[in-house]
Design a protein around this ligand. Sequence first.
Ligand SMILES: Nc1ncnc2c1ncn2[C@@H]1O[C@H](COP(=O)(O)OP(=O)(O)OP(=O)(O)O)[C@@H](O)[C@H]1O
Ligand SMILES: [Mg+2]
Length: 362
Amino acid sequence: MQLSTLNISHVRNLQTTRLQFSPLANVVFGDNGSGKTSFLESIYLLGRGRSFRHRDLKTVVQSGTKELVVSGTIFSDQNDVSSSLGVKRTTEGRFEARHNGDGLRSASQLAPKLPLQMVDAHSFILLEGGAMQRRQFIDWGVFHVEPSFGGVWRRMQRALKQRNHLLRHDRMDREQLVVWTKEFVSVSDAIDRHRGNYLADLELEIRGISKYFDGLGVLSLEYLSGWDHKIGLADAIKADFDKDRRLGKTHQGAHRADLVVKIDGASAADRLSRGQLKRLIYILKLAQASLHKKRTTESCIFLLDDLPAELDGRHLRQVLGCLNELSCQYFVTGIEKTDFKDLLVDIAHQMFHVEQGRISLA
Ligand SMILES: Nc1ncnc2c1ncn2[C@@H]1O[C@H](COP(=O)(O)OP(=O)(O)OP(=O)(O)O)[C@@H](O)[C@H]1O
Ligand SMILES: [Mg+2]
């Protein structure tokens, strides 16, 4: 998948513009506060319908205006055709999106049309943050290779909400509780199977991608379902009933899954240096993109904010080498044009300069 053109209107400080991109490397450089991250945010808005920086659209929509619009032409490797995609968001939170003129109901329908991977200074959260970060990472992968997963995931959320609601009620409806618990167990089991299968494949991809990166050790994944598999979820929930009732929430299930990423058998988050953790995050996302390409034949698009600040020269070359090998289009930002000069000698690329919100070819 490639983004061939992008129109940006009323995103943060960016001037309204239309840009045309290289199918491989795109570099955006400029001073602090010029608008580089906002440029990546515009692409993210097109692929996800929301910002990676703020939940509140009011901060993303340009001051003094009420709505932002991003649109573009995407080229599919699989079908060898171009299509148009557009997103409008308002300060009041309204969402509108179109693909080839047809309205899309939700942001989740955008995601498969423009599969994005993002790495920035906050990406450590994937390994150092709470389990939700890692569940989102796994579920992104499962959803993109198995679109029906979205429906199962929503059913799980609904059953969980209903069950927790019943647990909190003074005069709990036991019949309803049995119904929703049964549904919750059934969809949790389905989600667990999807996640387990996906991670088994991802682990193989990780081994392949690790070859591009030296010196991290042997990588492995330990997937934790969210309940004790030896007794099964139905029995685990039965055993937890008093605790669940007392605290008004369900303690075991697919909503409690986690993933431990290990290096030579020990937790990577506890063991690695900051630079090594950063490389590991690239490996995980590149492995996900590689698996995505095998399953869907579409390559992911990478958004890499302030790349030169994140890795040293040798490791930067390893990341870019891997992206080129996977034929992924990427958008990287940095302060100085010269930071990219040696990196992109043999790579077809397009350079953009941002100055006070104005993006121009460089
Ligand atoms: N809603 C908004 N409307 C107008 N301008 C905004 C809005 N939100 C942020 N800005 C401004 O947009 C500018 C660009 O911010 P951005 O984070 O994109 O810069 P950057 O080039 O990534 O900088 P850095 O190198 O420091 O990361 C900043 O000066 C910021 O104050
Ligand atoms: Mg920035």
